[in-house]
Unconditional design. Structure first.
Lengths: 317, 385, 317
């Protein structure tokens, strides 16, 4: 505290990312010297722990699908070659059985995870980069640009994304994962932009920004060094909430037959294919539905936990 | 902390009502269990109060005075709060009553006025309704009778043009008017005990005076018992019969209000008095604020809780917590090893001064200022009132 | 008040023009020729015939001219003719609109009926067992994609129990009973997600409201908990819910497209879906614009409801 009784001038952004806590002790005072991750994981309720482990399992399986020994080819139709049956129950070679064209369900689940996760994570990344940049600029520079951009965002958001996606993917005719992500990007940026702009607006009113300006930092530098790093946590938090929604979106598109082109495996596509034969064999629909639910639920549960943690910490400070 | 068996107040001051005991609090403890640990907000408070008298509870924010008032009223809601001890109201222990029994007392026998009238009135409900709903909850009256009573009450608390204001929303009234509405609502069912929790803190200085006078007048006219919680000694000076000074969840001094001002015993009370602005001071005289901060209730210092900030602090203070003991025969009690005015106190002060203890130096500085303006230390001249 | 409505009206007009123009451009820029919708592939060998048709439908004019012509007609209430059936688009829309509208209205109404008491109750019992149970269920409900909910309901209540029809639609004119039977499962599928969302929103607002001082002072007056909860707690907590209901209409429109596809309901969503696949651009254009108008109107209505809920806003206007 200075002699004048004024609060100390804050000249540095309190960004956790730029000057993040060095160790667990700083982040969670009173904790032991265990690693930060061990600490975080230890604090989770058991259900959140399970969710977290499930997500790790899904991510690993999707990433290493090609390396899993003994995993069947997801597109191999055994009955065509005379060495498999359709609608088979669990066997030693097909742990979860086969679907109505005798493909291995487990393999399709794992390769389907790949589609879901790549779609969701890529779109979140695009949202953060594009929306974060546009929103930060709009929120910090203000002016006509902001008015125009935000009017555009509002208009954009008043159009249901799913219908737009259905429209464009149908029109395009070809639908590989890259195309799907690019089409999704058309609809993902406005919401991120809106959040980034609101955060940038509040950040730019704070003392450390004024301080940076007072010592003659250029506006561009302030934007890059002070505004954006402080907008980022808000966007990351939003992404965590957004990931399950994106996974649902991808599976819904696939369910409508507008996701990745068949025969590429996807959870929504598997459910769509299995739904004709629900009364004959329900399992080809149950497995992807359960996997989809568990993954989305895990993301939601984890996001809720992170939110309560953040709220508790800001309340404690 | 010792539990006093004898009545705590043998009044020596002003009009003696000589009434029966209406409230007796015994060894009251309240703790909040937070993620960072147990927060002991109230640590063994005992006092008693006679019908028709008024008591001021004084302390800094965080001293536990508001929590004490709410604990007595059983209004510390939340699953992480634990209250022990007892609070006898008319012979019944409030702390052991069921919620349903308590609800019958709330508003009818015991009422409370809160600090900020902006937040203690529902911003979306017309002010008239907020008085009426109270009446209709407890009294068997129809809508029209309730409205008439509400109007009478609003007139009584001197809200001009009550007839037209009764249908206003809280934000359409000024702060003082809103607090008058709160008072009218609290008085609606003629409670015998009224808690006023910092009733004027959120108000303008000029309005504070009016509200305090209104409260005093109502208290006298209705022969109501009143507990006034405040951080400002100036608010209770000349208004309440008795005073209880709290620090870090404990009572550090209790006496009749006159005696507290005349024969201050505890260094903390003395410090509080020094922080009252005086009208006789030159306008730029620095206020003698109390050095340091109130302790964090999860990490209390060993010994006397005030020791880290006390200008008379001695090694003994860090080791042993002084008990609340009677001084003289007038019911004056204080918890200090080196009470103000004693020889030991003067010696301690000299010793600390020569050790150049910061809080002692600060006090010496303000004493110099007082002497130069010719006013003896420790005596307020009416405070802000 | 009237100023707000004027601004809203202006925004509605701008939004409709922008969205219809973008859709129009989209149909022209993206691959897919409307001629495919007009003439069967084998007839397209006849170049002269194709040219004649193009001329007849005005497909050879510049895009802007065609858009201007469409907009001029649309203002007069003529949305053109379907490229596939040749019927006026407006006829088909007025025929199908009530179905979709009923579906959504029942879904939202039912959701609110369940979610408002649930949200208020869980907020009141925060942290207790009943709250943890209901909040956990809400989290799970949030993680169920609409088509999965729909499939589960179809499997259990239509295929197994035979209580409701699995597919199809009975209009209100076919009698109230059959109509309700056909609306039950689709509306419930949509409602599960909405109930989860609404409950969570109201719960968190309720928790915040119940911490307000006026709740404490109401309690100190000896009012009953139920009175405090509904008289003092509910109204201030409804504001966010009102906004969320408005914003969620977008999701609901997308959801009803999926549900109409799944339950084979002849509503607008299903028609839009098939129109996109048939490259019936007139129909796509009309339905898209209709959806946008609907969305903006709902959000304006949301603001009006806001005023009803919050008397402070009403008074200052």
């Amino acid at each position: 505290m200075s002699k004048l009784g004024l609060p100390p001038v804050i000249t540095r952004a309190p960004s956790r990312l730029r000057r993040g806590p060095r160790n667990a002790e700083q982040m969670f005072p009173g904790s032991s010297g265990k690693s930060r991750f061990g600490n975080l994981f230890g604090k989770m309720p058991w259900l959140t722990k399970l969710c977290f482990l499930w997500l790790i399992l899904v991510v690993l399986a999707a990433a290493l699908a090609d390396l899993i020994p003994g995993l069947a080819d997801p597109n191999y139709q055994g009955f065509v070659f005379g060495d498999g049956k359709t609608n088979e129950g669990p066997t030693a070679s097909h742990w979860l059985g086969t679907d109505n064209v005798s493909r291995d369900i487990l393999a399709r689940l794992i390769y389907g995870a790949r589609v879901s996760l790549i779609f969701a994570f890529s779109l979140a990344a695009i949202g953060i980069i594009v929306g974060g940049t546009l929103g930060s600029i709009a929120g910090y520079f203000r002016g006509l640009l902001e008015t125009f951009l935000m009017a555009l965002v509002d208009t954009w958001l008043s159009f249901p994304a799913l219908i737009g996606l259905v429209f464009i993917t149908t029109m395009l005719g070809m639908r590989n994962l890259v195309v799907l992500v690019l089409v999704g990007a058309v609809f993902i940026w406005p919401s991120y932009t809106r959040i980034a702009r609101a955060t940038a607006l509040s950040v730019s009113g704070q003392a450390f920004v004024t301080a940076a300006r007072a010592i003659g930092t250029s506006r561009k530098r302030i934007l890059v060094r002070e505004i954006f790093p402080n907008v980022l946590p808000a966007l990351l938090a939003y992404s965590l909430v957004g990931l399950p929604i994106l996974i649902i979106l991808e599976s819904t598109l696939s369910f409508l037959g507008l996701g990745v082109e068949i025969p590429t495996a996807s959870w929504g596509g598997m459910i769509n294919q299995a739904r004709q034969d629900l009364l004959i064999n329900i399992w080809p629909a149950v497995w992807p539905a359960v996997t989809l639910f568990m993954t989305v639920y895990s993301f939601n549960n984890l996001a809720d936990w992170v939110r309560t943690q953040a709220a508790a910490r800001s309340a404690a400070i | 902390m010792a539990v006093s068996e004898e009545p705590t107040y043998t009044s020596t001051s002003s009009e003696s009502m000589g009434g029966s005991e209406i409230l007796r609090v015994e060894d009251l403890h309240t703790s909040f269990f937070l993620p960072i640990g147990e927060l002991q907000a109230v640590r063994g408070v005992s006092f008693s109060l006679k019908r028709g008298r008024s008591l001021g509870i004084v302390g800094e924010s965080g001293s536990g005075k508001s929590v004490l008032a709410r604990s007595i009223m059983c209004l510390n809601l939340g699953s992480n709060v634990k209250t022990s001890g007892s609070a006898f109201f008319d012979g019944r222990d409030l702390l052991s009553l069921s919620r349903r029994e308590m609800r019958r007392l709330w508003g009818t026998e015991i009422a409370m006025i809160f600090q900020d009238p902006m937040t203690s009135l529902n911003p979306m409900v017309k002010i008239g309704r907020q008085v009426i709903e109270h009446l209709r909850q407890h009294k068997n009256v129809n809508r029209r009778e309730a409205k008439q009573t509400a109007l009478d009450l609003l007139n009584e608390v001197r809200i001009p043009e009550a007839e037209s204001r009764i249908d206003r929303l809280p934000h359409e009234l000024s702060g003082g008017m809103r607090q008058r509405v709160s008072i009218a609502s609290a008085l609606a069912c003629e409670p015998s005990l009224l808690f006023a929790d910092e009733p004027t803190t959120a108000l303008d200085v000029t309005v504070q005076h009016q509200i305090l006078n209104l409260l005093s007048r109502e208290q006298r006219q209705r022969n109501m018992t009143m507990v006034m919680v405040t951080h400002d000694l100036g608010v209770i000076a000349g208004r309440t019969d008795d005073t209880l000074v709290m620090y870090a969840g404990k009572v550090v001094e209790q006496a009749s209000t006159d005696e507290i001002f005349e024969k201050t015993q505890h260094p903390y009370t003395e410090a509080l008095m020094r922080s009252i602005p005086r009208t006789t001071h030159a306008s730029h005289t620095p206020l003698a604020a109390i050095t340091g901060r109130p302790p964090v209730a999860t990490h209390l210092p060993a010994g006397c809780a005030f020791s880290p900030r006390c200008p008379y602090v001695q090694p003994k203070c860090h080791e042993e917590d002084p008990p609340l003991v009677s001084i003289g025969t007038s019911g004056h009690k204080s918890a200090c090893w080196y009470p103000v005015g004693s020889d030991a106190n003067r010696e301690a002060f000299e010793r600390n001064l020569s050790d150049r203890l910061p809080q002692t130096l600060a006090v010496a500085e303000s004493l110099d200022a007082d002497q130069s303006s010719g006013i003896p230390a420790g005596l307020p001249d009416g405070g802000i009132a | 008040m009237s100023k707000m409505l004027a601004i809203r009206l202006m925004r509605l007009v701008v939004t409709v023009i922008v969205v219809s123009f973008v859709t129009f451009v989209g149909t022209n820029v993206l691959p897919g020729d409307p001629v495919n919708a007009l003439i069967p592939i084998d007839a397209q060998q006849d170049r002269e015939f194709v040219e004649q048709i193009r001329e007849e439908w005005g497909l050879n004019d510049p895009m802007v001219v065609r858009y201007g012509r469409w907009l001029g007609d649309a203002v007069q209430g003529d949305l053109g003719r379907s490229l596939v059936t040749g019927q006026p688009v407006t006829d088909e829309i007025t025929h199908r609109l009530p179905i979709t509208f009923e579906l959504m209205a029942v879904a939202v109404g039912f959701s609110l009926l369940i979610a408002v008491p649930l949200g208020a109750f869980t907020g009141y019992r925060e942290g207790r067992r009943s709250d943890r149970l209901i909040s956990g269920l809400a989290q799970a409900g949030l993680s169920l994609p609409v088509f999965v909910t729909g499939l589960i309901l179809i499997y259990v209540f239509a295929l197994r129990l035979h209580w409701f029809p699995a597919v199809g639609w009975n209009r209100l004119s076919d009698g109230l009973g059959p109509n309700l039977k056909s609306v039950a499962l689709p509306a419930l599928s949509l409602a599960i997600t909405e109930i989860a969302v609404y409950t969570r929103v109201l719960r968190s607002d309720m928790i915040a409201t119940l911490k307000e001082n006026y709740i404490l002072s109401a309690r100190a007056k000896g009012l009953t908990d139920r009175f405090i909860l509904f008289r003092h707690g509910l109204r201030p907590s409804l504001l966010t819910l009102v906004t969320v209901v408005g914003l969620n209409i977008g999701f609901l429109i997308g959801g009803s497209l999926v549900i109409e596809y799944l339950f084979a309901i002849p509503g607008l969503g299903k028609r839009l879906f098939s129109a996109i696949q048939q490259r019936d651009f007139m129909m796509v254009q009309a339905i898209t614009v209709l959806i946008t108008v609907f969305y903006v109107i709902v959000n304006t209505a949301t603001d009006l409801v806001y005023m009803v809920v919050d008397p402070r806003i009403r008074r200052t206007n």
